[in-house]
Design a protein. Sequence first.
Length: 326
Amino acid sequence: MTNKIFLIIAILVFGFSCKPNQTENFKVLQKGFVPELDADSAYHYTAQQVAFGPRVPNTPAHQACGNYLADELRRFGAEVIEQETTLYTYKQQAIHSKNIIASFQPENKNRVLLCAHWDSRPFADQDPNPVNHKHAIDGANDGAGACGLLLEIARQIGLQSTTTGIDIILFDAEDWGTPEFEQEIYGSQGWCLGSQYWAQHPHIPNYSARFGILLDMVSAPNAQFYKEYFSMRNAQRIVTKVWATAEVLGYNQYFINQEGPAITDDHNEIFKYRHIPCIDIIQTDANDNHRFGTYWHTLNDNMQAVSTETMKAVGQVVLSVIYNEK
């Protein structure tokens, strides 16, 4: 596998559908150096996280994995801030949370934000076996896979800088929302706690970025990514750029040119509090738009739910977008 891809692509794409009966014409222009994502490397970083066990806040596995992620990002040359605080779950249980913020070229005023969540869900509440509902999940795809991709992207940035500054934020406590078996009592609450905290207490006062890309559940075999509803409402230009890039690179079997459902996720907190247009690249099931694959929030979310082919597609698209941002 070569270490670099040189892309000089100019393509006029017609008829990208943003919603029924609405089309727009736009140009995708990519020039210059774009690194080649090493999917085996991203897979390795994913497996390393899973090997710690479920990364549930207040557990030794969570603490050890957080240290690993921060150390790796430093090794790649980023300036790393570990934003630690106490947050409260849907039951008002105190949990120790740590957002991990890695900055490349921190002096650069022009910035792009990449993010994911690194914690594991403490409940397998969608598992077909009710006995498993109170067991924590590995979160190989839902958590570790996106972080594995961002570690590989960070490694590439460390080898060859982008024109813009890049911030990579690994949010904690995203997946401690009310389990299905307790929603009649507590309602659906307690999601995205780490991103809520960061968005209201950014690591730099008045932090802003040109745009953000959130990765969530981006490594499952044959995953498909639709244009998420809030992403289209708040950051349509970025959605257009990313999906067009995917088509140019030949990954349109993953990036589907259709709108998807509205998802409660970290990108909403980023837009709400920081007013940064942020999109969510997230797997949704075309047969049931409110679910995210058969492994989702089950004990089957293990390394068998991770595909190097899917990681390659998503990672290469993200690299192409950020290296062509001038």
